[in-house]
Ligand binder design. Structure first.
Ligand SMILES: Nc1nc2c(ncn2[C@@H]2O[C@H](COP(=O)(O)OP(=O)(O)O)[C@@H](O)[C@H]2O)c(=O)[nH]1
Ligand SMILES: [Mg+2]
Length: 202
């Protein structure tokens, strides 16, 4: 641990009363803002494995629309938020590139729910993530990370993604802590509503 991370760890220790951890995964296409979102909400300096995009990867990682992006996450982003003295939220940003999908099944173990980040310039990148989540029966919300002025309404995005009407859809700016927090709150409320509905029917 370098001096900066040990200093941060000292400032934000995990409360000794922390008893339960909730795991949430943020998934989406390449360059959609997953690392940015984990960074903006985490109370610890997030772990992330960014690697400089190489020419070898240039053929594989489709960087159209995000040409300014020079790094890519090769493993996971990891962040933490203490919800109260006992509950801790763990955030995992998962690589969206198709070649990393073999990691997803493991990642979903113990996961309560997911955020699918979408970018309207590259909506097709999120189809696969949504498909996988539906396949796993994993509850999720969709967050439109706005790059610049919104060019599409949420209804248009819902239609283009063919989202079921009960899947929450929200706009966000992943760089803003409050905006990213609102996305997580949307997911937690969604999980809560689903579990309340299950209790009624069982
Ligand atoms: N304008 C704008 N840029 C963003 C936003 N979110 C992320 N970015 C930038 O987009 C690039 C890709 O984001 P990153 O978090 O690395 O994407 P990832 O591949 O999904 O982890 C970075 O250069 C970010 O600074 C946003 O909401 N608005
Ligand atoms: Mg990333």
């Amino acid at each position: 641990m370098d001096s900066r991370s040990s200093e941060l760890a000292a400032r934000t220790p995990l409360a000794s009363t922390a008893a339960a951890g909730l795991k949430i995964v943020i998934v989406g296409g390449f360059g959609v803002g997953k690392t940015t979102m984990v960074r903006s909400v985490s109370e610890i300096r997030p772990l992330s494995t960014e690697e400089t995009l190489t020419r070898a990867g240039a053929e594989i990682d489709d960087a159209r629309g995000v040409e300014a992006k020079s790094t890519t996450t090769v493993a996971f982003d990891f962040g933490r938020i203490s919800l109260n003295e006992e509950l801790v939220l763990y955030l995992f940003g998962a690589p969206g590139q198709e070649r990393f999908w073999f990691l997803w099944d493991r990642l979903f173990t113990g996961t309560l729910g997911a955020v699918v980040l979408v970018d309207t310039r590259r909506l097709a990148d999120s189809w696969y993530a949504i498909d996988r989540l539906e396949h796993h029966g994993m509850p999720f919300v969709v967050a439109h990370n706005r790059f610049g002025e919104p060019t599409h309404s949420l209804d248009q995005i819902r239609g283009a993604l063919d989202l079921a009407s009960d899947v929450p859809l929200i706009a966000c700016d992943a760089r803003q802590r409050d905006s990213s927090k609102a996305v997580l709150i949307k997911l937690v409320n969604h999980l809560h509503a689903l579990s309340a509905a299950r209790q009624v029917t069982s």
